[in-house]
Design a protein around this ligand. Structure first.
Ligand code: HEM
Length: 442
């Protein structure tokens, strides 16, 4: 009898109870299913949980300055990490008190803490002081970069279709990938027009606000991280038993997945629609079709020719996006993955959990444009996702000062280290027996 997936996959060494349907039907383990499953493990009793308190935020959903998505999506779940990490002012904490209902009956499913004298809260207090002194120019520069990428991407796409030129198509695909990555800077924040640039990739902001912002960013590399689950069972990032065939095939499958990722995401999204399930669909999901429409209108190319060139551009963009994204920061044998021995299982400061699960790339850091278009300054971005990527470079002195006080470190490695490390992690079968060594030399 084939072993059940529960027997193959590791138990969380952080003591996290996995979402119930994580092991079934994994290819379709969508954001909405994850949210529903969290309602069973989080002890929020149909309300919103923050630490060990329950709040009724129903009347605040439409008034939330960050937009309605965040609270609407998370009803019935534990939003401790989301609440702590997304606000840099003290306003939300004050406001929260008026929504208190009662104490939660169960222990939190995640082991992460936000103690006032812990690493994350100390860093946040220092960062808030620095942010107040920074000029707003960095934000404007990010806006200029992303708007330029949008204009260039449209121009090259129209030219690729008009002149039927694959080289122009490749340029356009790379511009689309950079635009998509840069747009990720915007969907972490309050609703804004630039976040929709992300959707030219055939992926959706709503889906990514769950799988990336709420799941991956907050429970990074744990059994509860949808960016780990999404690739199972074909790619197993967690250190578990893998056959030799699985370990070798990874090298063949992986580039194929990079190339088709955008299309596969689109197909996954459309399938429920064909079955009459309209949950979660919005008018803004039509954004990606603006590109082929403009290409058709301005290039003089036939309808089928336009469709072909558009799909070619999207494939190139997908290859670029997943190559950069998956090799960015999280997958290396020395980075903590659930199943490895963690730093601790009690009182695990959330900020420290991020340092354990991230490596930053030294070639990217220091350039505003590269950071924006390559998921750069990743540790700082994880810890302060609502701050513009252009601001992050100014926060390093503060980060290093606080890290020194807590005797921890940010691992800065080369891009090559993360690419090699990614493949090594995918074929890794033995969990690490020691907690991550943040001072190891590379
Ligand atoms: C799932 C939980 C939550 C998430 C992900 C979230 C996310 C956000 C985001 C992205 C912003 C905009 C930040 C920016 O663009 O600069 C924001 C602003 C804000 N949120 Fe939330 N929020 C959450 C829960 C709450 C709760 C429970 C309250 C209070 C009851 C609250 C109160 C506020 C206030 C007052 C602001 C404007 C001031 C500020 O940005 O600090 N939020 N939130």
């Amino acid at each position: 009898m084939a072993p059940k997936s529960e027997d193959i996959l590791p138990k969380s060494t952080l003591g996290i109870k996995p979402p119930r349907r994580r092991f079934d039907n994994k290819q379709n383990y969508a954001a909405d299913v994850w949210l529903e499953d969290k309602q069973e493990t989080d002890g929020a009793e149909g309300l919103w949980r923050i630490h060990d308190d329950l709040y009724d935020l129903a009347d605040f959903i439409n008034k939330h300055p960050g937009g309605r998505d965040w609270l609407e999506l998370t009803k019935g779940t534990d939003i401790t990490e989301a609440f702590e990490v997304h606000h840099v002012t003290s306003g939300p904490e004050e406001l929260l008190k008026s929504f208190f209902v009662r104490k939660a009956k169960t222990k939190r499913n995640a082991p992460f803490t936000f103690k006032e004298d812990g690493f994350y809260k100390t860093l946040k207090r220092e960062v808030v002081k620095v942010v107040k002194t920074l000029p707003t120019q960095s934000k404007k520069t990010s806006n200029f970069f992303i708007d330029s990428l949008l204009v260039l991407m449209f121009t090259f796409s129209v030219m690729a279709a008009a002149y039927w030129n694959y080289i122009l198509g490749v340029i356009s695909g790379n511009l689309l990938a950079m635009l998509t990555i840069a747009a990720h800077n915007y969907f972490h924040r309050r609703d804004n027009i630039r976040m929709y640039y992300f959707q030219f990739s055939l992926m959706q902001v709503r889906e990514w606000r769950v799988s990336h912002v709420l799941s991956h960013h907050l429970h990074t590399n744990t059994i509860d991280d949808l960016e780990i689950t999404a690739w199972e069972p074909i790619f197993q990032y967690l250190p578990i038993k893998k056959t030799t065939r699985e370990r070798v095939m990874v090298y063949l499958y992986f580039p194929f997945m990079w190339l088709t990722g955008f299309h596969m995401n689109f197909i996954k999204k459309v399938l429920p629609l064909l079955k009459g399930d309209y949950k979660g669909y919005r008018i803004t999901d039509l954004t990606p079709f603006i590109l082929p429409f403009i290409m058709y209108l301005l290039s003089g190319q036939s309808f089928l020719g336009t469709l072909w060139m558009w799909n070619f551009i999207v494939m190139i963009a997908s290859l670029h996006f997943f190559f950069v994204g998956l090799n960015a920061a999280h997958h290396h044998p020395d980075v903590f993955h659930d199943g490895d021995v963690p730093r601790t299982t009690e009182d695990y400061d959330w900020g420290l959990s991020q340092l354990d699960a991230i490596m930053d790339r030294k070639e990217i850091s220091g350039s505003h444009f590269l950071v924006l278009t390559n998921f750069g300054d990743h540790a700082l971005h994880h810890m302060f996702p609502t701050l513009d990527h252009g601001i992050l470079e100014h926060l390093y002195p503060t980060l290093y000062k606080v890290m020194e006080t807590f005797n921890v470190n940010l691992r800065m490695v080369s891009q090559l280290d993360t690419i090699v490390g990614q493949f090594q992690q995918l074929s890794k079968i033995e969990p690490n027996k020691q907690p991550p060594d943040l001072f190891k030399k590379y």
